[in-house]
Design a protein around this ligand. Structure first.
Ligand code: KIV
Length: 267
């Protein structure tokens, strides 16, 4: 593992060396500190926070101030990993100057080192301008959750020839305008393999199979903290939801029965 600070240069070197990039989301100081200490390469302050933390059905309603608030908490905890913040719905689609201003706020106020932006060919003019002012951008194509209503659900993308070509061309264009990596979400593994083989920036898969140059998952999903549903591509490494339930149930019983606090827990 490279022990130094992870930057966009590290991403590109890792791709060259064939070293996989490991990314998890985090939205708070405590989780970010643990992820940084174990050596995760990049922490994404994802707009998935709107679903797994605030209980919304989609990512659409989170605002930029809320996202910056979470980004600040994460940045404070992190020493080595690269911190990337997700630009929320309508913070970059309306016009280029809003997009630059809002992307800049994540660096200025949130302490992020880059932003992630959803969209392919249709977003490249805007992304290019953001990169030109010095803000690193991670692209995101495939199932882009901010377009959930356009897709009609959380459906796998790139099965039809037309979307397959659109996704390949989008990845190439994102590389060309200077993105330092691109998330490939929910697409057939062979398509992700083809895209990964045709660009020099790392592809970060989520539901896109094992041929991507790196992987990203939502931390609450792998810890079993989000129990409403489990997508096929999520691997559960812990069942913290069950553990929290057990621990809090025990506390409840102890208070009710008078077993808490004990003599040792009293002054
Ligand atoms: O919002 C998010 O957490 C994401 C990743 C899962 C890619 O966009």
């Amino acid at each position: 593992m490279n022990k130094g600070k992870v930057t966009i240069r590290t991403f590109l070197e890792m791709k060259k060396k064939g070293e996989r990039v490991a990314i998890l989301t985090a939205y708070d100081f405590f989780t970010a500190k643990i992820l940084d200490e174990i050596g995760i390469d990049c922490i994404l302050v994802g707009d998935s926070v709107n679903m797994v933390f605030y209980g919304s059905k989609t990512t659409l309603s989170i605002g930029i101030d809320q996202m910056i608030h979470h980004t600040k908490a994460v940045s404070k905890a992190v020493k080595r990993a690269m911190v990337v913040a997700d630009m929320p719905f309508l913070s970059y689609q309306t016009n280029v100057s809003d997009a630059i201003f809002n992307a800049g706020r994540f660096l200025k106020e949130g302490g992020a080192e880059g932003v992630k932006i959803e969209g392919g060919l249709e977003m490249t003019q805007t992304i290019k301008k953001i990169i030109e002012v010095g803000i690193p951008v991670m692209g995101h194509i495939g199932l882009t959750p901010q377009s959930i209503h356009k897709f009609g659900g959380f459906t796998v993308q790139g099965k039809k020839e037309k979307t397959k070509n659109y996704l390949i061309e989008s990845a190439k264009e994102l590389e060309k305008i200077g993105c330092f990596s691109v998330v490939l979400e929910s697409m057939p593994k062979d398509l992700a393999k083809k895209i990964s083989g045709s660009i020099k920036i790392p592809t970060i898969g989520i539901g896109a199979g094992s041929f991507c140059d790196g992987q990203v998952l939502v931390v609450n999903d792998i810890l079993g903290l989000f129990e409403d549903f489990k997508p096929k591509f999520v691997r559960r490494y812990a069942e913290l939801g069950k553990e929290i339930r057990k621990a809090c149930q025990k506390y409840l019983e102890d208070v009710k029965s008078g077993r808490f606090p004990s003599e040792e827990e009293s002054y």
